[in-house]
Write a protein that binds this ligand. Structure first.
Ligand code: HEM
Length: 461
């Protein structure tokens, strides 16, 4: 562990009210508020949201302690007996579970992301991408919401790769249901006055309807696979075939539902937002965009990309990595202490809530030269950051993202696939980030699609 941990002191953010603490400022704009406090008061802060005390850590040494060195003392915050936050939606799946259940389920799910499966998955990603681009031909020259487009694309990629099925017909309803349910889950984080789910408020009713739809979709998927007996060697097969080593029993329907919905939600929302931000950054940095298009044209020579091309698209990958730095879809990693813990001079009681701010780490001036600038070049030619835990888009330690490799294939591959055919121009003045579990562009991003070269849009190659 780094010795410099000793030098941190925990600063209490000034202001706030006796009853609500800093709830009002946080609720209005959580991202900017936390970034502002960090810039003004430092890397280790304490603030209060109603009765809840939060510890905001924004230094790589502190991230390393929480996520790696003392990972067994900093656990996930969810309690399956009292669902709150994300577990209201995802139940006790891989993102929200802990202990033995998490360990066992991670062992079951991890193999689907094995390196050996990636080339086939990449082919499927490209197929899905080409199909969606065929629809784009009718929009050429017109503004579209690129954030919504990326959401639909990533949703179809996850459906096809993990569940060997198409969700194309339900896409609008799924996106809407996920938006409603994730917003509800996020609000529950900072709303101490939320009424229990059984009270028929408009919000509760809306949430329950969204969950009813998503549950129905997942249960139908499971039933259909059981009915058909088909084998696709996909995630659904792995989940349905899993057996406990000691008892020989399979996963219960509730466990199957929770894991399937977890991969479904965690596997597209994040990547889609990362891609939307990437297009925004490229559109606002013409030199970077020109270099990206040049690389894609040179490497692909007019054909669609495949997994083998990725090694020859370092700039495209750098663009994606840099977008993940400036707009990390998971802006903070939340943990709770199991026992009293000391990190250098910082003393945390048992049950203390900790947020490791990925967003702040990614813009830390001690770790990143010109931290606020979009500079894909910083990722090329050995210029990777010296400070290891200053870059955590996928987390770190035992609970790091299981889909890291999948996402780092999917992101650059879809960028190359789209960039080969289209030049995307920003069609609105301002784009603002909005935190809603993931970091989204508020209200979407309107962009116009300009076909490039003479590649007929929608043709296979
Ligand atoms: C750019 C895309 C992505 C980003 C930025 C991202 C980010 C993250 C982060 C930061 C965590 C750790 C959370 C924590 O420690 O509390 C995480 C966990 C997870 N992610 Fe991702 N993710 C991405 C893509 C994916 C994909 C494509 C999948 C699945 C296909 C996925 C599935 C998961 C799951 C299941 C976990 C929980 C892992 C565990 O606790 O064992 N993610 N992700």
């Amino acid at each position: 562990m780094s010795g410099s941990v000793q030098s941190f002191t925990l600063v209490t953010v000034p202001g706030g009210t006796r009853m609500l603490g800093h709830l009002r400022a946080f609720k209005t704009s959580p991202l900017e508020t936390m970034a502002g406090w960090w810039r003004e008061h430092g890397d280790a802060l304490r603030f209060r949201l109603g009765p809840k005390v939060i510890h905001l850590l924004s230094h790589p040494d502190l991230a390393e302690v929480v996520l790696i060195h003392q990972a067994d003392r900093f656990v996930k915050v969810y309690d399956p007996r009292r669902p709150s936050g994300l577990s209201l939606v995802l139940g006790n799946g891989l993102v929200t579970s802990s202990g033995e259940i998490w360990k066992r389920h991670r062992r079951i799910i991890q193999p689907i992301f094995h390196r050996s499966r990636m080339a086939a998955m990449a082919d499927r990603m490209v197929e899905v991408g080409e199909q969606r681009l065929a629809d784009w031909a009718t929009h050429a020259g017109q503004p579209v919401d690129i954030a919504a487009e990326m959401m639909q694309l990533a949703l179809e990629v996850i459906s096809q790769t993990m569940f060997t099925t198409s969700m194309a017909h339900h896409i609008d309803r799924i996106s809407q249901s996920l938006r409603v349910s994730l917003r509800y889950a996020f609000d529950s984080f900072h709303n101490p006055l939320r009424l229990p789910l059984w009270v028929p408020t408009a919000h509760n009713r809306e949430f329950r309807a969204a969950m009813h739809f998503l549950d129905g979709l997942i249960y139908e998927l499971l039933a259909e696979r059981r009915r058909s007996g088909a084998r696709h060697n996909d995630l659904l097969d792995l989940l349905l075939q899993a057996r406990d080593e000691e008892t020989g029993t399979g996963l219960s329907d509730q466990e199957l539902r929770d894991e399937a919905l977890t991969i479904f939600a965690a596997g597209h929302e994040t990547t889609a937002n990362a891609l939307a931000w990437t297009w925004y950054l490229l559109a606002t940095h013409p030199e970077a965009k020109a270099r990206f298009h040049e690389e894609v044209d040179r490497v692909l020579q007019g054909r669609p990309p495949n997994a083998g091309d990725l090694a020859h698209l370092p700039y495209t990958r750098a663009v994606f990595d840099e977008a993940l730095r400036l707009y990390p879809p998971a802006v903070a990693i939340q943990r709770k202490t199991t026992i009293p813990v000391a990190i250098g001079d910082i003393a945390l009681p048992a049950g203390a809530i900790v947020l490791v701010s990925v967003y702040n780490l990614h813009r830390h001036p001690d770790c990143w030269p010109e931290a606020e600038r979009f500079l894909p070049e910083r990722w090329l030619g050995g210029e990777r950051p010296e400070v290891r835990y200053a870059y955590l888009p996928f987390g770190a330690g035992p609970r790091a993202c299981v889909g890291t490799q999948f996402a780092t294939v999917e992101g650059p591959l879809l960028l190359a696939l789209i960039g080969r055919r289209y030049d995307l121009h920003l069609a609105q003045e301002r784009v603002e980030p909005e935190l809603m579990v993931t970091l989204r562009p508020k209200g979407g991003i309107r962009m116009t699609l300009h076909p490039r070269h003479d590649v007929p849009a929608g043709s296979p190659g």
